[in-house]
Design a protein around this ligand. Structure first.
Ligand SMILES: Nc1nc2c(ncn2[C@@H]2O[C@H](COP(=O)(O)OP(=O)(O)O)[C@@H](O)[C@H]2O)c(=O)[nH]1
Ligand SMILES: [Mg+2]
Length: 297
């Protein structure tokens, strides 16, 4: 039996969370085209007869502009300590950036095996892949390079093979049927945030926290969910709600459908929008919303 922890790192938006969802075969982390979608460390577990891989999703690497961002960055840094492997993800279609190289250098210098995943190859010309792979010639500390598409499921099995080859011998870390370390209640809040990330622009989604007040399965099988969307400013609240509540109605409806798919049951969803000014820089609020100093990892 082989087992171990694989930290998945890389720039925001590289496709880390999408890749983990595909690897473990379930939605364990939300995904959006915007940076800062993942705010904390989330584990996704893939178990087969002869191996168990524990993937650590991380918020990614970028500069911090608020106390929340600082904590997210710290969570990424702490995640890569004491792991068995690093899976460094680069958005191949976006091309290799100076920032990627600098970060890669940082992670590749250690004793920990590192696999480089070149993601999103479905939206770039195939001919460009070999050249991109060659640009890492002579780069020390990379054990293997795998080009893949999480969206199309391309080379995912190959990536798993390469990971298993480099994993140490060991027993299972999690029970056979565990796929994530997070609760359904957590995922419900994350799904709400995902739909907000997809629907609203600029600072609005980044300034939103979700507080689940009620998460209860009724005797008839329907889930009763009551949550607050907390935003930073009164004018953000107005935008979130929209004319005659239309925007909020739409985003709640999307979220409810996604929650129902995730839970495999009907959901009765009630949503309120609240304002807590500048909560992203307020240690007490951060703690209240689950982003406390020691809570993100
Ligand atoms: N075309 C394509 N898009 C992808 C792929 N993987 C991720 N994406 C998109 O890239 C964006 C960022 O993905 P996400 O997983 O949230 O990136 P993260 O910030 O690194 O976790 C989302 O819009 C995804 O749908 C892929 O293999 N192909
Ligand atoms: Mg992510």
């Amino acid at each position: 039996m082989k087992s171990g922890i694989v930290a998945v790192v890389g720039r925001a938006n590289a496709g880390k969370s999408t890749l983990i969802n595909v690897l473990v075969g379930e939605k364990v982390a939300i995904v959006s085209p915007k940076p800062q979608t993942t705010r904390e460390r989330i584990l996704g577990v893939l178990t087969r007869d002869d191996y168990q891989i524990v993937f650590e999703d991380t918020p990614g690497i970028y500069k911090a502009s608020s106390l929340l961002n600082e904590r997210m960055q710290k969570s990424t840094e702490l995640s890569v300590r004491d792991v068995d492997m690093i899976l460094f993800v680069i958005d191949a279609h976006d091309g290799l950036k100076q920032e990627d190289l600098a970060n890669l250098k940082k992670y590749a210098k250690g004793q920990i095996p590192l696999i480089l995943a070149l993601s999103k190859t479905d939206i770039m010309p195939k001919e460009n892949i070999p050249e991109l792979v060659r640009s890492f010639d002579g780069f020390e500390g990379i054990n293997k390079i795998v080009s893949l598409s999480a969206r199309r499921g391309k080379n995912i099995a190959k990536l798993v093979d390469e990971i298993v080859k480099l994993l140490p011998e060991g027993e299972k870390i999690y029970e056979q049927d565990i796929v994530s370390d997070r609760s359904e209640r957590f995922m419900i809040a994350e799904i709400m945030r995902e739909k907000i990330l997809l629907k609203y622009d600029k600072e609005i989604p980044h300034g939103v926290a979700i507080v689940v007040n009620v998460f209860e399965k009724q005797p008839n099988g329907v889930y009763d969910v009551n949550l607050d969307i907390v935003c930073e400013k009164q004018n953000h609240k107005a935008i979130l709600i929209g004319k005659q509540g239309q925007a909020l109605k739409e985003v709640s409806s999307f979220a409810r459908q996604s929650m129902e798919k995730f839970l495999g049951a009907k959901v009765f969803l009630t949503v309120y929008v609240k304002v807590k000014s500048d909560w992203r820089n307020d240690p007490t609020r951060l703690k209240e919303f689950g982003y406390g100093e020691n809570e993100l990892f």
